[in-house]
Design a protein around this ligand. Structure first.
Ligand SMILES: [Zn+2]
Length: 248
């Protein structure tokens, strides 16, 4: 179970699960169910992409942050989930979520505005999800939760990395309507400039709720206006921050 010696500091306005955010600045860590730790990086930790990886060794900058190989999928905005059975560096396989119950692997996904979700269970089954709007529409969160239940998870809790919030995410209403059909009208929002916008926070919470998972603890704010994180939408940045999860 979760240790309770550290005070909770989180910027989340969502209902809190039992996840504990251990730091409010810099690389943001949370301790999750089953002895799993989540690390959410920012620009301070640098661009964590692996150019030309397939399959490649884990770069030293990854190992400096988490000292075991980072298993990472080739992200394609799908609902494909891979079960990781052994430690490895970046995978050649395409997927947008990884799950495992092994104690010797580190699972990672990258983003620059897309929500990156960490999931964990008391039984130690855990996972990471790259949850952009296309993946969310395809059901990547629900697919990931189902695979974790298959691995023995009795219940799940979630954390989410910094991602673009509704005020900074003008979005075509015809595409947003597809998400509203699946997740409800609450996903339709308005940007700070009064444009039609997508509320990814509402989408993520609704997707998790469909599989019985409480709203995630947020490990940071808006990637677009926050400044500490990479943003493709706001600044056209090519760099990527990471969410890494492992058992400790
Ligand atoms: Zn913003």
């Amino acid at each position: 179970m979760v240790t309770t010696s550290t005070s909770v500091t989180t910027t989340s306005t969502s209902p809190r699960s039992s996840a504990e955010a251990l730091s409010a600045s810099g690389p943001n860590r949370a301790r999750l169910l089953g002895g799993v730790v989540a690390l959410s990086t920012g620009k301070a930790e640098g661009d964590l992409r692996v150019p030309g990886a397939r399959p490649a060794l884990t770069p030293s900058r990854h190992l400096e942050l988490v000292a075991r190989p980072w298993t990472m999928p080739r992200q394609v905005h799908s609902a494909r989930v891979l079960v990781v059975d052994s430690p490895s560096g970046p995978l050649a396989e395409e997927a947008d979520a990884l799950v495992s119950c092994r104690g010797d692997v580190a699972l990672a996904v990258l983003g620059a505005d897309c929500p990156l979700i960490g999931l964990s269970s008391p039984e130690g089954a855990f996972g990471v999800v790259h949850a952009g709007w296309r993946g969310l529409l395809a059901g990547v969160v629900e697919a990931s939760a189902k695979r974790l239940v298959d691995l023995g998870a009795s219940r799940l809790e979630a954390v989410v990395s910094p991602f673009v919030r509704v005020e900074c995410y003008p979005f075509r209403r015809s595409d947003a309507a597809l998400l509203a059909q699946r997740y409800g009208e609450a996903v339709l929002g308005t940007s700070a400039n009064g444009e039609d916008a997508l509320d990814l926070e509402a989408v993520v919470s609704a997707a998790l709720a469909r599989v019985g998972v409480p709203a995630p603890v947020a490990l940071g704010g808006c990637s677009a206006c926050g400044g500490q994180w990479y943003s493709h939408r706001a600044r056209g940045e090519a760099g990527r921050h990471a969410l890494v999860c492992w058992q400790e």
